[in-house]
Design a protein around this ligand. Structure first.
Ligand code: CAA
Length: 262
């Protein structure tokens, strides 16, 4: 797996990759370079079966990601802004469609493109200090990396409307109440807890985990009948894996399973 980047730190902890966006002086804002590197990392993770779960976080104690880089966007004309948004969307779609589950450890500000990035992850955990929002309308724009589409799929339509249209930010406790994040933890516990969850996921049958993620995302894309058809097919596919035989045999023999990812 590619692990050398200018703006990302990638640490391998057994089957778990911990990715840190590393521009703390700009509160980890997403510029062209960060987006290109996230895209490259996604492509590399996609073909790294030894990595079974990913944790994504931000460098420093202040921010996860404070948004797309405003300095980089300030002078853009529409065509350039379209290219920037297309790149951002490729990054978010790429992250969301990774075979491995991705956990966002939101360790501070997750604003604009930062919240969009967190919402492209499967599971969000937050520190008590985290702050969320889509403040784009307060600087003359709107979400450009999927926020107007993913937020109403994560919280109620009304809550999404208020967040998107007011531009107000809100604390972790409110994100928990809205169901945007699964847990709120003291900052010191956030990364250990995210890694613990990632390791638990990585200990499960890898192909079963991947197909479950695929079915989960299918639930948001089409009618129930299509999602159920996808589920039936993926379920039956698993019966061609060695890990299905191992998991069920181990259960019946009352011993822990040993999965190979086959
Ligand atoms: N882009 C570029 N630089 C940013 C940034 C961003 N999104 N957010 C923070 N920074 C920079 C600041 O300019 C500052 O740099 P200097 O030290 O060189 O002046 C540094 O990070 C520290 O920030 P502050 O001094 O502002 O820190 P603060 O604690 O006073 O405030 C904050 C923190 C409330 C997060 C504030 O920085 C802020 O409001 N940031 C912008 C948030 C925002 O509007 N995000 C949405 C961007 S638009 C977008 O994301 C569009 C899209 O969907 C694609």
């Amino acid at each position: 797996m590619q692990s050398q980047f200018e703006t990302l730190l990638v640490e391998l902890d057994g089957p778990v990759a911990v990715v840190t966006i590393n521009r703390p002086k700009a509160l980890n804002a997403l510029n062209q370079k960060v987006l290109e590197e996230l895209l490259a990392l996604g492509n590399s993770l996609r073909t790294s079966p030894a990595v079974r779960a990913v944790v994504l976080t931000g460098a420093g104690e202040k921010a996860f990601v404070a948004g797309a880089d405003i300095a980089a966007m300030a002078a853009m004309q529409p065509a350039e802004a379209l290219g920037f948004a297309e790149l951002g969307h490729r990054v978010m779609d790429g992250l969301e469609s990774l075979p491995q589950p991705v956990i966002a450890a939101v360790n501070g500000f997750a604003l604009g493109g930062g919240l969009e990035l967190a919402m492209a992850c499967d599971i969000l955990l937050a520190s008590e200090s985290a702050r969320f929002g889509q403040p784009e309308v307060s600087i003359g724009v709107m979400p450009g990396f999927g926020g107007s589409q993913r937020l109403p799929r994560r919280v109620s339509f009304g809550a999404a409307a208020e967040i998107l249209l007011s531009g107000d930010s809100f604390p972790a406790a409110e994100a928990l109440r809205l169901g945007l994040v699964n847990r709120v933890l003291p900052l010191a516990d956030l990364l250990p807890e995210a890694k613990k969850l990632a390791h638990k996921i990585a200990s499960r049958a890898p192909v079963a985990v991947q197909k479950t993620k695929q079915a989960l995302h299918a639930s948001r894309q089409g009618p129930l009948s299509e999602g159920n058809a996808t589920e039936r097919q993926l379920f039956s596919d698993l019966f061609a894996t060695a890990d299905q035989k191992e998991g069920m045999t181990a259960f019946l023999q009352k011993r822990p399973p040993t999965y190979t990812g086959q």
